[in-house]
Design a protein around this ligand. Structure first.
Ligand code: PMP
Length: 490
């Protein structure tokens, strides 16, 4: 096989090989089930080391494009889901560099978020696929009031850039919120970000270099996967069970892959809803310390607990500055405010702030001031209390509806908090194939495949948001979904 390589270029050789093969797979030039040349042979053809070819194959495997079978070789995987946005056949009118970009970005530029296509997106569709709380319960009137009073109080200052690390009074307020969870953070230990997605992206950009390994949970937050792929990282997934990440397997992965970063969502994990046990939390922290690996702790819904005992954040167990804690007001309050934050110790926080400055200079000063006022006059606490009561009831309503309308043999655990129930259908179902009929029946959901590196492991799972929907919608939506599932198996 001939692959044009630029030996003195900036892109590592393994990445050039992976880019070339990826484009060939996505364009269909290398069809499903094609057996790739052995690493030894391709290395010989190209006059490079076998390790380089191995690294390229590993990157493609992490993207779910090839499958490596011990003893028999590397094969192109079937692509059941050719992402709409990956158009390898870009019309000729665009310059060559745009064609190259499309090929080079194919690993992460895919329709990662499954949204119903416009014609199927019914006006009153039931949004079990949502990733947030109920927009109809956003505290609109309160927020209008605080916004007005902040603009009156601060005038044009509220509309200037503001500090890169965030509005100081808000950072102080965040440090007080964190102290409730046993985190001793001063205002200067907090960096405000534009949502926690920016926090995750900054950490990934700062820590990861092409070819570095990153450990994620299996399954994990769908938008974290393309983020790590965009850094050309090798993704190593470690299964989650009822107690959170399997630390025995994490230990093995740390020994084998020497990752740069462990990404975990200990509270009410996205998508499984699992809350990591106290023992596992201690083990993750101890393992990360022992192997000298950074941990990115994503606490996106930690304050939405409906039962069980609160567990300390990993960051509260951190004695060495190894853990970077990221959180957000998006789920506990509303996503459009775009305020999240990072709490970390040591020089990493300043470097993250430096990188943020390069990215967006600062998060909206007006919105930070409004949020600060909203929290400091006690509205946030009151909102959280209401949201917890409301969402707990909705979770129970959904659980009852699932028992009633889903096929026998379906399984789920009652999440102790957060937004989601993670449901396994009996073997044989492929939930991504149920999406279209579900949309037609006016119901959305998140198919399991989005949350797995190899997609197909998620075939029989679906993630259902119980918080964004009313009890009446839950009853009607789960009944309709149950019908769609039943009809699919006839
Ligand atoms: N982490 C997780 C686990 C999420 O589900 C989300 C939102 N979908 C985010 C981070 C990012 O949210 P935001 O940028 O709105 O804070």
């Amino acid at each position: 096989m001939r692959i044009p390589l630029e030996r003195s270029g900036k892109v590592p050789l393994y990445a050039q090989i992976a880019n070339f093969l990826r484009a060939a797979i996505l364009s269909g030039k290398l069809p499903s089930q094609t057996r790739m040349p052995s690493a030894r042979r391709l290395a010989g053809d190209l006059g490079i080391s076998r390790m380089t070819v191995e690294a390229a194959y590993a990157a493609l495997e992490a993207e779910g494009l090839v499958r490596r079978e011990m003893g028999s070789g590397t094969f192109v995987m079937a692509r059941r889901h050719s992402p709409a946005s990956v158009r390898v056949n870009v019309p000729e009118i665009w310059p060559q560099w745009q064609h190259e970009l499309v090929a080079n970005c194919a690993s992460w530029h895919e329709g990662a978020m499954v949204d119903a296509p416009a014609p199927l997106r019914a006006e009153n569709a039931i949004a079990f696929g949502s990733g947030t709380g109920d927009a109809r319960r956003f505290p609109l009137a309160d927020f209008r009031t605080v916004m007005r009073s902040v603009l009156q109080r601060d005038g044009k200052e509220a509309l200037e850039y503001g500090e890169t690390c965030g509005y100081a009074p808000l950072r102080r307020t965040i440090s007080e919120l964190l102290s409730v969870h046993g985190l001793q953070a001063g205002a200067d230990d907090v960096l405000v970000t534009s949502g926690s997605q920016q926090g995750l992206a900054l950490v990934a950009q700062l820590l990861l270099r092409p070819g570095d390994s990153v450990v994620v949970e299996r399954p994990t937050y769908a938008a974290a996967l393309p983020l790590f792929r965009a850094m050309a990282a090798r993704i190593v997934d470690v299964p989650v069970d009822r107690e959170g990440m399997r630390v025995d397997l994490l230990d093995k992965a740390l020994q084998r892959y020497h990752p740069r970063l462990i990404y975990t969502i200990p509270n009410f994990q996205n998508p499984t809803g699992v809350c990591m046990s106290a023992g596992r939390r201690r083990s993750v922290v101890a393992l990360a310390e022992r192997y000298g690996v950074a941990v990115l702790e994503d606490d996106f819904v930690g304050d939405l607990r409906y039962g069980g005992r609160a567990q300390p954040p990993l960051k509260a167990l951190d004695r060495t500055g190894g853990i970077i804690y990221v959180s957000t007001f998006s789920k506990m309050l509303m996503p459009g405010v775009r305020v999240g934050f990072i709490h970390a110790d040591g020089p990493v926080l300043e470097l993250l702030a430096g990188l943020k400055r390069l990215t967006d200079l600062a998060t909206s000063s007006a919105l930070q001031r409004a949020l600060h006022r909203y929290v400091s006059i006690g509205r946030y606490d009151a909102h959280l209390r209401r949201a917890r009561r409301l969402y707990a009831t909705r979770r129970d309503t959904m659980a009852r509806a699932l028992e009633r309308y889903f096929p026998p043999g379906s399984e789920f655990d009652l999440a102790e908090g957060g937004l989601f129930l993670w449901v396994a259908l009996p073997r044989g179902y492929v939930t991504s194939e149920l999406l279209r009929p579900a949309w037609k029946a006016g119901v959305g959901f998140a198919p399991g495949e989005e949350f797995f590196v190899d997609r197909s492991s998620g075939d029989r799972f679906l993630r259902l948001n119980f918080a964004a929907v009313t009890p009446e919608e839950i009853e009607r939506g789960i009944r309709n979904l149950g019908r769609v599932i039943a009809e699919s198996s006839q």
